[in-house]
Design a protein around this ligand. Sequence first.
Ligand SMILES: NC(=O)c1ccc[n+]([C@@H]2O[C@H](COP(=O)([O-])OP(=O)(O)OC[C@H]3O[C@@H](n4cnc5c(N)ncnc54)[C@H](OP(=O)(O)O)[C@@H]3O)[C@@H](O)[C@H]2O)c1
Length: 344
Amino acid sequence: MPNAALPRTAREVRLVARPHGLPEPPHFTVARNPLPEPGPGRVLVRNEHFLVFPGLRTLIGGETDGLPLPTLQPGDALFGPAVGEVLAAPGDGPLRPGDRVVHLAGWRDHAVLPVIEVTPLDPALPTPVAHLAQGSVPYGALTRLAPVRSGDVVLVTGAAGAVGTLAGQIARLLGAARVLGTTGSPGKADRLVRELGYDDVLLRGPEHPPFADRLRAAAPDGIDVVLDTVGGEQLAAALAAARQGARVAVVGTLAGQMAAERGGATAPVEIDTFRLVLRGVSLRGYSGSDHPDVEAEWRERFGGWLRSGEIRFPHSTVEGMDGAVRALPELIAGRHFGAVVVQL
Ligand SMILES: NC(=O)c1ccc[n+]([C@@H]2O[C@H](COP(=O)([O-])OP(=O)(O)OC[C@H]3O[C@@H](n4cnc5c(N)ncnc54)[C@H](OP(=O)(O)O)[C@@H]3O)[C@@H](O)[C@H]2O)c1
């Protein structure tokens, strides 16, 4: 029998039209939908927070080749990592009303989901919102692909983003002697140094002198480890500054992903492969699915570091479903610092 106390409709953020160039707020709308009864094997969740992430630009951009997630068509609801509270669950299942869970049906205020698609929060982490942190990627890259050794000079490109704000702190905790970063604004550069312990931060953009010259000046003896989320001229310059045996982990491609003239799934760059050979540099792409052991290890260490005060989880909060309509364009424009989280 239907439970009158449970919500019968849900609000969701939908893509209205495929943008020509980068998405703007009018490309999104909030629609109200009937919510089905949870039924056998399904739970009803009230979302509390969901993540705004740059991969959405790729999923709506129209370049579909080889993407690991379904692309978004006009009329589709957005999706992505979310945490919420279970309102209704099957009596014979593992979940109870009041349980907090993580799942991929963000961008709506309520969701009905198969029980197998929701995971109880990990007690290793002290807060629900910490489950939306993007630290397992830099942690995996800096322990598996491009291990940081004591005394290393580390460069994190895109240092003020969800990945980069944790990457610099992780590099330091793993023993880096000097951590350099890149970002788009002087205000964020200042916060990276003051709040997150970066030693030096370089600004991107055509109004500045050539990036390679400034990187060489900032790291005159070269770089041991690169955690790259940007690509483009920043990756090319990092490889030119690589020390003997340097390790480079490519985890993102913001320069291509956020280029208005591209669809978001390509990021070409010209690199000097002669340097790679000469200096024995390793260059590898990071995909979380190749490293299934990383997530649990990261959450354990992240929880410990949060509780001891050795790490921060920098995140910016956008309020409500109506604010969510503007959240992706704001992320792309560089308006926020750290992970961008919509709070309902
Ligand atoms: N491999 C994986 O498993 C994995 C997992 C998560 C994320 N990623 C990828 O990692 C990258 C970073 O993710 P994130 O969540 O940390 O994103 P993010 O940095 O929060 O993305 C937004 C930021 O991108 C920067 N940006 C905007 N336009 C740019 C441009 N043209 N060139 C360079 N930077 C630009 C701006 O930062 P500034 O204003 O500071 O420049 C903006 O604040 C993305 O490419 C993402 O898809 C990969």
